[in-house]
Structures are given as C-alpha cells and as structure tokens.
Design a binder for this molecule. Structure first.
Ligand code: PGA
Length: 256
C-alpha cells in the first residue's frame, strides 16, 4: 500500500487575523484546480489565535485539514495559558505537532512529556505529528541515528500498534530548520529509513511500511521535487515556505 504524502505548513508564531485570512484564501485559490485524488494530504498549523478563522475558511474544503502547533495533554482544569484536545477537536483540528525542536529547546519539553501528549492526542482520535531531529554537534559526532532512535523509542512508549500506524513522524534536523540549508535529500532519505527501522523494531515491518515520515528543515519549492522522489520521504513539514500562498501551493504541486 502506497503511503499518501502530507504537506504540512507550520506557521509558528506568525500571522495576525488579516494575514491568516490572506494566506488561507490564497491557498484555497491555488488548490482549487488541483485534482483531489492526486493531491497530498494538505495540513496547515496556524497559531491558536488564527484557528477559528482558518477553521471557518476551510470548513467546506475537504482538501485542507487543520493542525495545532501544541496541546496540553490534560483534559481540562487549572493550566493557565494551555489549550486542550477537546478545544482543538471543536475546531475540527485533525493533527497536532509535538516534539518540535523549538519546544524541546526553548520550552524544555522532555521526551516523557511529548509521549504523554502523543498518548492523549491518539486517545482523542487526533493524529500526532511527532518531530525528532539532531543538532549539528550530534551529527558531527556521528550520533544522529542513536539520538533519533532514542527520541522515537521514548515518544512511542505505551502507544499501541493500531495507534502507531496512524501516527506521523517528522524528521527535522535542527541545523536545517530556518537556516535555508536543507539536509541533502539522499541523506534525509537514509536517516528516515533508519527511523523506519526503529519503528519496525518497536512494532513490526508492517507498521514501519505504513507509518508516514516527513522531512522538515528549509523545505522550499526548489527542493521539494527531489525530496519527494526519495522513497522513504512521505512529505514535508514546512515553516518559512508555508507562509506565502504561492510557495505553499508550489510545495503541494511538488508532492503530486
Ligand atoms: P523551516 O521550518 O521550513 O522554516 O526550516 C521547519 C519546521 O520547523 O518545521
């Protein structure tokens, strides 16, 4: 069974109401003529403050799904500043990005907390996009594969086989994020193949063959075709190049 590609835009802390509207309108216009049967799964991850508007603009458009950039794994209660899965589901959010290196590094999120989030997301019937990736130092020390194996093993702790197969992984080398310097496509393919082997070891070959693993880190319209031509790469998690409708639509087309 072929894995359906995903093109996911991570807006990070960008776009006020007007900019969010302009971007979603532009994406909708750009994908209107595209054949839905050939399209990748298209996902956008606005900030919480733009979720309502994005939800409203895409509610009649099955070609686009919403993601959140974060979630709190607790159901409700005294968690000032946090948002629950029930609240996200209310906006028809289908995916949640977790384990992003920016959250790991700047907000001290641990592998254990990321695993709690993954379990809660799957329990609520949503799909986690579980990010992993090495620093430049780790790559230079030759410990990339071991580091990724550790991140993935901890993220998937206690996740059932049935839930694992529905999950999405994003391999995002930290040195490639926002730097304009994408990981070489062949090397990204190799690394993702190693992540797939970890999944095969944790579960079995069938889960490894079915789980979708994206590449992220300075994906651009000029890199996407080569990246998508790699057999292990099932799509992209895109920051900078997802902030302009034209380039995001180019990325979608590059995955068709
Ligand atoms: P970038 O970000 O495309 O701007 O490098 C990717 C990400 O952080 O998901």
């Amino acid at each position: 069974m072929a894995r359906r590609p995903i093109i996911a835009g991570n807006w990070k802390m960008n776009n006020n109401k007007a900019a969010a509207r302009e971007l979603v309108d532009g994406i909708l216009k750009g994908i209107l003529p595209l054949d839905a049967a050939k399209m990748p799964e298209v996902v956008i991850a606005p900030t919480y403050t733009a979720l309502w508007q994005a939800y409203d603009l895409i509610k009649n458009e099955p070609k686009v799904a919403l993601a959140a950039q974060n979630v709190n794994p607790n159901p409700s209660g005294a968690y000032t500043g946090e948002v629950s899965l029930e609240m996200l589901a209310d906006f028809n959010v289908k995916f949640v990005i977790i384990g992003h290196s920016e959250r790991r590094q700047m907000f001290n999120e641990s592998d254990e907390f990321i695993n709690q989030k993954a379990l809660a997301i799957l329990n609520a019937g949503l799909t986690p996009i579980i990010c992993c990736g090495e620093t430049l130092e780790q790559r230079e020390q030759g410990v990339t594969d071991a580091h990724l194996a550790s991140q993935i093993t901890k993220a998937f702790n206690n996740i059932s086989e049935a839930d694992a197969v529905k999950s999405v992984i994003a391999y995002e080398p930290i040195w490639a994020i926002g730097t304009g310097k994408s990981c070489d496509a062949v090397e990204a393919n190799r690394t993702i193949g190693e992540i797939r082997k970890v999944i095969a070891k944790l579960y079995n070959q069938d889960v490894a063959d079915k789980i979708r693993i994206l590449y992220g880190g300075s994906v651009k319209p000029s890199t996407i075709v080569e990246q998508m031509a790699q057999p292990e790469i099932d799509g992209g998690l895109i920051g900078g190049a997802s902030l302009k409708a034209d380039s995001f639509v180019e990325l979608i087309k590059g995955a068709m």
